[in-house]
Design a protein around this ligand. Structure first.
Ligand SMILES: *Cc1c(COP(=O)(O)O)cnc(C)c1O
Length: 463
């Protein structure tokens, strides 16, 4: 992995391990269950299937590129989070990872709540019937219109991100004759990513109100005085693609410290604490994510211990996994267009999508795996870089991987673990049409987000 950037953004580059991918896997035909959706396997002919459908059927019917999502896996992961945290905690799926109306319905059915952070995400959630009291509204610059819409809809909570927003939301709620439940997002000076975290006094970022310098305490003080607000808790989100729980430990310690100060100063014990999302998934076989039940146990223990130390009632915990639920459930199916060996370097494999359907490699130097899925092969492994069709040399989907040496145009390859932050960050760069999301389950496929058409593009271009 490059040290110049990080899945969570370039500023985290210094916490990255050195690159690997020095050797190919023993057998390139084997699909590591860690990185592939639950129902993915090869059939007797060596063709990859998911939810009982072969990738060749899917490609024929829905075209490529396409995001193929394993609905049973999505539901199972959502349920696992829900079950792990039980009835004394709430799981909010972070909609920004991937949101569609089908996904909203699955979440509602599986008993999860939903985070949204824009009017568009709120509209999607409401239009698919997510009960408003199970919606949390996030964002560092919600417009007055968005706030009004959320308050009118009676969303369960708005997460306040600045001093100005405290006043803004209070004012809007009051003018509508309502009292809005809110959490206050603070930054505790912990940046946690992958296997390391950094604990500092300050955090240099746009989100939240700093704990440092008494700012968070001042924010709570002001919010408690406003009639339009019911302050229900403190929110902290410390990073992304996290495997190591020690960052949460420091964050919880600092959040509970604030709860204690609030109790001492105002005589109120805030009933909720939200520890955010950011739990990691396996993009390659080198990643070892924790199971939801291990995460739930660790987080609950941390908060309980900290609260006992501070003689506080343990607040109701909530968490906000996005990637950890949807990430592993989908892969992107591509058709190989050209195979270009560069002597002594590597072979460039061009596919029919690229940075428009997966910006994470270009943006964060994210790592992905790739496999030949329309057949098996016993050919020698070759070092490849999977690139897209865009007019941009940074248009890389998988930077370093091995594919069979007999790979040819017309083969189907798939990049696993693209369920999160791929379709949701997709663009129309080069006027490329955004791929569909096809959900498969029990031998049936259903388009949940259709492929964009040239008509869609031209509809916005009003001449
Ligand atoms: C992005 C985000 C999440 C989800 O992060 P994942 O890495 O997808 O789990 C949760 N909460 C907040 C506030 C976020 O900004």
């Amino acid at each position: 992995m490059s040290r110049s950037a990080h899945p969570a953004g370039p500023r985290h580059a210094d916490v990255l391990p050195e690159g690997h991918y020095s050797a190919p896997a023993a057998d390139l035909n084997v699909l590591d269950p860690k990185v592939w959706a639950q129902t993915v396997e090869r059939d007797a002919d060596g063709v990859v299937t998911v939810g009982g459908m072969t990738v060749t059927q899917l490609a024929e019917e829905y075209g490529t590129p396409a995001y193929v999502l394993d609905e049973a896996d999505f539901r199972a992961r959502a349920r696992a989070w829900r079950t792990a945290f039980g009835n004394d905690a709430d799981v909010f799926y972070a909609g920004k990872a991937f949101l569609s109306r089908a996904v909203v319905r699955w979440l509602a059915e599986e008993g999860l709540n939903l985070d949204v952070c824009s009017g568009g995400e709120l509209a999607t959630a409401l239009s698919a019937g997510m009960p408003a009291d199970r919606i949390a509204f996030h964002g560092n610059n919600k417009s007055p219109e968005e706030i009004e819409r959320a308050v009118r809809a009676d969303v369960g909570r708005i997460v306040l991100d600045s001093f100005q927003e405290i006043v803004r939301v209070a004012h809007i709620a009051q003018s509508l004759g309502k009292r809005q439940r809110v959490q206050i997002r603070i930054t505790v000076g912990v940046e946690a990513h992958t296997h390391e975290f950094i604990a500092t006094a300050h955090e240099d970022q746009k989100f939240g109100i700093p704990l440092a310098g008494g700012q968070a305490a001042e924010a709570v003080r002001r919010a408690l005085q406003l009639d339009g607000l019911e302050v229900i808790g403190i929110h902290s989100h410390i990073g992304s693609q996290i495997f190591d729980m020690s960052g949460f430990e420091v964050a919880a310690h600092r959040v509970v410290g604030l709860l204690k100060d609030i109790r001492d100063e105002h005589g109120v014990e805030l009933p909720e604490i939200d520890l955010g999302g950011g739990l990691g998934i396996a993009y390659t076989s080198d990643d070892d994510p924790r199971e939801p039940h291990e995460i739930a146990k660790a987080l609950t223990e941390i908060v309980t211990r900290e609260c006992e130390g501070a003689r506080l009632r343990t607040p109701r915990i909530s968490v906000e996994p996005g990637r950890a639920i949807v990430g592993p459930t989908a892969f992107t199916l591509y058709e190989v267009g050209t195979v270009k060996p560069l002597d002594g370097l590597r072979t460039y494999v061009s596919v029919d999508g690229g940075m428009s359907d997966n910006i994470r490699t270009a943006l964060y130097d994210a790592e992905y795996s790739v496999a030949l899925v329309s057949r098996t092969s016993d050919a020698q492994p070759m070092l490849v870089r999977v690139v897209g069709k865009h007019c941009e040399s940074g248009d890389i989907v998988v930077k370093d991987a091995f594919l069979p040496g007999d790979l040819a145009p017309g083969d189907l390859i798939a990049v696993p673990a693209t369920g999160a932050y791929c379709r949701s960050m997709a663009s129309n760069y080069n006027h490329v049409l955004r791929p569909p999301v096809v959900a498969v389950r029990d031998g049936e496929a259903r388009v949940i987000v259709r492929r964009e058409t040239e008509e869609d593009l031209l509809r916005l271009d009003v001449g």
